[in-house]
Design a protein around this ligand. Sequence first.
Ligand code: UT7
Length: 328
Amino acid sequence: MKKTPKAMILGTGRATPERVLTNADLEKIVDTTDEWIRERTGIERRFIAADHETNSQFAARAAQRALQSANISAEQIDIIVQGTVTGDVGFPANACYVQELIGATNAAAFDISAACSGFIYGLALADGFIASGKARYVLVIGCELLSRITDWKDRATCVLFGDGAGACVIGPSEGERGLIDTFIKSDGRLTELLCMKGRGTSIPLEVALAERKVFLAMQGREVFKYAVTAMGDASAHILEKNGMTSDDIDLFIPHQANLRIITATAKRLNVSMDKVYVNVQDYGNTSAASIPIAIDEAIEKKRLQSGNRCLMVAFGGGFTWGSALVQL
Ligand code: UT7
């Protein structure tokens, strides 16, 4: 019988704009304070792309770094899947622009619209493609330029988000190391709580512009509650399904939206904060990019080393959520 290949992370990379926007800078734009932002979110600064920079440029840069660290050429990539809600254009897929920029001439490229869960959704797909033998190397990218869909007049949202990219090369594992499991879920009854209504086809563009519906809109308090419950449940579910407890995990990487959400989720799971990776203070919420950026940083800082077990969990608009268990 044909042995099912196990997928593993072969290389990681990240890319961010040069420009940093601090909380003090935001105090000059909207009625807010550094103290409020730190206390309510844990965020201190975030990267913001310059006007001439594009999503595909950052995605390609992160992808090239991941390819380099995996020692894989762009031509070897079979699939490029990018989690994003802020692609360069309405269509085609941003992953196609990335394909062109990196020269992955043998790949099929497409995007996933799962908001902040886009990277975990991408990992689940990569796992399936590799396990079924339909692909050998999959490039999973999370990249957002949320600054382009942020309402810079809305203090309740504009202090939260940042721009950035993270990427992982996923390929077959020779041994026991690799992706142990993935879990994805959504609840379409809750689309209204976090969305951008006016850049699709349901509202005429001139109406959307007049009603300022062309920006990300969020009911923060509601999203907060669901995020803690769903991320806690998705983590507990994947651990239990694989006969593990939080004690079996070396590093927990939750989606970096808000330090209070991260600490509440860790508490729910009974995980001490020294096992939790936190970088929301430096990036803000970068949506689909937050987990791959964190993985790349954690490896660089040796918080994640070969053989370590890592639990990742995300939550975002849709609502969508999901978790992934991996042994590096
Ligand atoms: O990526 C996945 C999706 N996103 C998330 O997971 C984010 C989820 N939500 C959150 O992180 C939090 O709900 C927020 C950080 C967005 C807001 O924190 P909160 O503790 O839920 O605050 P709130 O919305 O209940 O607002 C409290 C007060 C309000 O004033 P009043 O009504 O109490 O007088 C707001 O008007 O804080 C006010 N406020 C601000 N004040 C200063 C809201 N934004 C700001 C601000 N600066 N930037």
